[in-house]
Every structure is written in structure tokens, then in C-alpha cells.
Design a protein around this ligand. Structure first.
Ligand SMILES: C[S@@+](CC[C@H](N)C(=O)[O-])C[C@H]1O[C@@H](n2cnc3c(N)ncnc32)[C@H](O)[C@@H]1O
Length: 364
């Protein structure tokens, strides 16, 4: 990794920080970055466009957030392109990087970090090269068009595409906040349909924006078996649902109806579902699909309470703004304390894994 300072924390949409980048997150990031660098190198080596005459390499990172990982990705990509441009005697190559997230994302946080980012870039590669790197932002949903037609060579998205554009319409899912073992069949169907609609729309919108032979590298959560209520996809969220229900039954802090009316706009697809959508949409070839499995426990860590705490904090960083909007702020500390205990208790009985996919697509 390049010498950008990694601030060891993760930031949710609302900008509050709870979690250090855990070893799982660091390992996920380094695996994705390796695939990103290999893909860009391959694009140039296999001359998707004659390198010598390429004036600007155009990249978009969609669902970029506003934490340190955002500029870490940018830094790694710039270093890769800098090395390639030197190897290929194209020293005048310019780089354009568009960062995208939703309107409520803290873009100010990214832009206020840019002066020191450019200082470090200058130290690494000189003033002249730093002047050729253009970073801009687009605030919009990636389920809509973001960029002009045929205007980008490479699109990246990390840990964002499991978020749906909305909770499926008319979902009746009392006592749960996501798919769970004892949900009614129509809950599984509704979530699957929403993912098909959203992911297909994402690919279709990008197909207009990416140049022929351009690539996308996408990393998101998924599941390893067809069964939609498998532990590796649902358990984490069902333990949170139970922690919310604990606030109803034990302490009367939240009304049952308020829990019943909350569902996550999330889907953890099975590999074949992802492949099917890509095939049906027809704009891209699937070049690579890597499946990564990570234990919920930190490596070699027998301290289940600590593992529970780390995992609960990661989830809190990602979804607290959503919970705050629905439940208010008052009880969240209690909810996450209970969630930590529930994760720790689960880990004492059963090892469970996260599943992450990284896919590499090539525009036809
Ligand atoms: C867990 S963060 C991932 C951040 C970063 N890419 C990383 O890997 O560390 C997920 C991000 O996706 C963004 N996101 C979710 N749905 C989105 C959408 N429809 N359009 C754009 N961004 C979205 C969220 O706002 C959030 O910043």
C-alpha cells in the first residue's frame, strides 16, 4: 500500500466514528485493491486503448463514503497509473477521478482532506504529476445516471452495492429487520426482486457511461449458498433485530410496532443471482468473480466479548444514521450493548463467516 496515512477508523454515512479498521476490514481492502491494480494494469498491458495516445485515464469510485478509505483508494489508483505511465513512456497522461455518494454524504470531509493529500502526492511523484490528477465529486444515487455517455474507463465500488435503493414495497416482516430463518416466503421474494431491479439498473446506467472494453471492479456482501436464510447472510441482522426486541420486552424502551415497521434496505445475493443479472442485462462480460470468506472472530482471538464489540461497532458505523432516523438516538447505546453481548454469545456456540464478492466486468 502507498504511504498515505491510514487513520484507523471507519466512518458511517452520518459521519460518526465508532470502529477502528478491524483486521477483517484491512484484509478486505487489501484484497480488493490488489484486484483493482491488476485490472488497471491488465487494461494497459492488453491495450484496451493505445496507451501512447491516451490523454486522460478516467475513473469513478461510486459509493465512496467520506472516511479514510476513500482517499486510500484514490491514492492507490494514482500510484498504479503513475507507474504504468512511466513504464509506457506516456508521461503526459492525466487522471480524472470522480467520487460519488449520496447527497447526504460528507463530501466536505473529503474535499478538506485534499490539500494534504496533494502535498503527499507531490512528495511522492513531483509537482508536475500532481497537477495532472483531477478529483471531483458527484452527489447522487448510483442507481441513476452519474456521468456523461462514454466518459469513463474504469468504475470501482467497494462495500456499497449490497445497499438497495429502498426497502421492498409493502414488506410485512414483523419481528425481523431483514431476511431470517422463519420469515414468510414472500419476504425472501420481495428482497430478491428489489435486488434484481436495483443491480440490473446499476449495471445498465454504468453501461452508458463506460467506454467499450472499460472495466468495473465491484465488491459487495453476498452469500455462499442458494438458501436465502443461511447464517452467513442473515444471522448478523437477526441478532440486531433480537437486540431491538430486547428493548421492547425487557425494558419497554421501544414499542413493538416501531421495531415491526423497520426493515433494512439491504440484500446479500447468491453468486448465481449476480451472474444471472449480468447475463440478462447483456452490456458486460463477467471476467472474474472472487469469493472471500472472513470469520466474524478476529484472527486467533478467543475473546468472544472483544470480537462482539468490534463487529457491533462496525455495524453501528454503517447503519446508525438509519436507526437514528427510525428509532431516535436515545436507546441506541443500550441496543448496541445488547447486540455486542448477543454476537459474543453466538460466537461461543458457532463460528460464522462474512461472504464478500469481488467481480470484474468488461464492457462489451
Ligand atoms: C460502507 S460504505 C463504503 C465506503 C467505501 N467505498 C469503503 O469501501 O470503505 C457504503 C457507502 O455506500 C453509499 N451508498 C449506499 N447507497 C448508495 C447509492 N444508492 N448511491 C450512492 N452511494 C450509496 C453510502 O452512502 C456509504 O457511504
Amino acid at each position: 500500500m502507498s504511504n498515505i496515512n491510514i487513520l484507523h477508523m471507519n466512518q458511517g454515512v452520518g459521519g460518526k466514528s465508532y470502529a477502528k479498521n478491524s483486521s477483517i476490514q484491512m484484509s478486505m481492502m487489501s484484497k480488493t485493491l490488489t484486484i483493482v491494480k491488476d485490472t488497471i494494469t491488465d487494461m494497459f498491458t492488453n491495450h484496451f486503448t493505445p496507451f501512447e495516445i491516451l490523454e486522460t485515464f478516467k475513473i469513478a469510485d461510486v459509493g465512496c463514503a467520506s472516511g479514510p478509505n476513500t482517499l486510500l483508494f484514490v491514492s492507490e489508483v494514482i500510484d498504479t497509473v503513475y507507474n504504468l505511465s512511466n513504464q509506457n513512456q506516456n508521461k503526459s497522461l492525466e487522471i480524472s477521478i470522480v467520487l460519488n455518494d449520496l447527497h447526504k454524504n460528507d463530501f466536505n470531509n473529503i474535499f478538506s482532506a485534499l490539500p494534504s493529500f496533494y502535498n503527499r502526492l507531490q512528495e511522492r511523484h513531483g509537482y508536475e504529476f500532481s497537477q495532472k490528477c483531477f478529483i471531483s465529486g458527484v452527489a447522487a444515487s448510483f442507481y441513476e445516471r452519474l456521468l456523461p455517455c462514454k466518459s469513463v474507463h474504469f468504475v470501482h465500488s467497494s462495500n456499497s452495492l449490497h445497499w438497495l435503493s429502498q426497502v421492498p414495497n409493502n414488506l410485512k416482516n414483523k419481528g425481523h429487520i431483514y431476511m431470517a430463518k422463519d420469515c414468510l416466503p414472500n419476504v425472501f421474494e420481495a428482497y430478491k426482486n428489489q435486488f434484481y431491479k436495483d443491480f440490473s439498473s446499476f449495471i445498465n446506467k454504468r453501461s452508458h457511461e463506460i467506454l467499450p472494453s472499460g472495466r468495473m471492479v465491484l465488491t459487495f456482501m453476498g452469500r455462499s449458498i442458494p438458501e436465502p436464510s443461511s447464517n452467513d447472510c442473515c444471522c448478523l441482522w437477526e441478532l440486531l433485530a433480537q437486540s431491538l426486541l430486547d428493548m421492547v420486552s425487557q425494558q419497554g424502551l421501544i414499542q413493538k410496532e416501531v421495531v415491526d415497521s423497520f426493515n433494512l434496505p439491504l440484500y446479500t445475493p447468491y453468486t448465481d443471482e449476480v451472474k444471472e443479472i449480468i447475463m440478462e442485462e447483456k452490456s458486460f462480460d463477467l471476467e472474474k468473480m472472487e469469493i472471500f470468506k472472513y470469520n466474524w472472530d478476529q484472527d486467533d482471538n478467543n475473546d468472544k466479548k472483544k470480537s462482539g464489540e468490534i463487529l457491533a461497532n462496525c455495524i453501528r458505523a454503517a447503519i446508525e444514521p438509519m436507526l437514528r432516523t427510525h428509532f431516535g438516538e436515545l436507546f441506541l447505546n443500550n441496543v448496541f450493548k445488547r447486540y455486542t453481548e448477543r454476537i459474543a454469545d453466538h460466537l461461543k456456540i458457532e463460528k460464522t463467516k462474512f461472504i464478500n464478492f469481488t467481480i470484474c466486468l468488461r464492457k462489451k
